[in-house]
Design a protein around this ligand. Sequence first.
Ligand SMILES: C[S@@+](CC[C@H](N)C(=O)[O-])C[C@H]1O[C@@H](n2cnc3c(N)ncnc32)[C@H](O)[C@@H]1O
Length: 280
Amino acid sequence: MVNSTHIEYKKRMINTWNEIAPRYHKRWSDKNTGPFQSTQKLVSMAKIHRGNIVLDIACGTGAVTRQILAKIGKSGHVIGLDSSQAALAIAKKSIKERNADFAIFDAENFVFSQKFDVITCQYALFFFPNASKALYNIKKVLKKNGTLVLAVHGAGDAVPYFSSILDSVQKFIPDYIPSGAPDLDRFGTRENLKKAIIQAGFSKVLIQEHKFWYSPGTFSKYWSDYHKYLAKPLREKLDKLDQKQKAELRKTILEKTKPYTKNGIIKFPWKVLVLSAKNS
Ligand SMILES: C[S@@+](CC[C@H](N)C(=O)[O-])C[C@H]1O[C@@H](n2cnc3c(N)ncnc32)[C@H](O)[C@@H]1O
């Protein structure tokens, strides 16, 4: 059955990523720092060999795709799949190798006639409203004994970069996260992630928990950058608060960041789960 809330959510996601892809690329995925130290961990956990055929689901601007290419050599082939045209355009611009292709697809609705040795998916599983459907699709196109690797953020306070702002903002703007949006934290613990992958029929599940560090600078820089890199619909909601509410919100967030602040500079821990599983 088609779920209209999911369709609305996906339309918003496509618009959001089409808007923010250039900023996301510049600030995050093009740098292997902070949470993006996971890219190297993920690719190494995948044990990719020369000549492998690899699918990079929700490849975005190509952070993982690029590292896959270095492993497969000229005899391999990688396909990057994403639902955002703008993200794919950036990936295509910087990845010119003839054995890399990109395709615009929804992770819950794609078909390939070929099967893959390895499938990767970094920082996207939680965005799929029907993640079990995406996992079902993944399993269908993964070779027998093929490997799935994915990375997700830790839940709640395991990533205070997100929680310091989100917990506070939601007190002031209860509909900040629109209704119908999936819970982005639902795979952010070892137990929940493992359960979802086993339920989808994968086996030999291994999970690495990493604690990376990320410094957004001073509190003022953290808060102003958050605003600057935000998608327009959310920025508009924040901008509607009156001066008093804005000041109170800023103060609430400031308090949340204090445990991570030393000499005026914030340094956040950032938990990331990297999983590998087999289609056996
Ligand atoms: C946080 S980015 C991760 C991109 C890339 N994997 C990386 O590590 O930089 C999330 C990506 O998921 C994509 N995405 C979200 N929902 C999707 C869906 N249903 N199908 C395909 N891609 C989706 C977005 O367009 C975006 O490029």
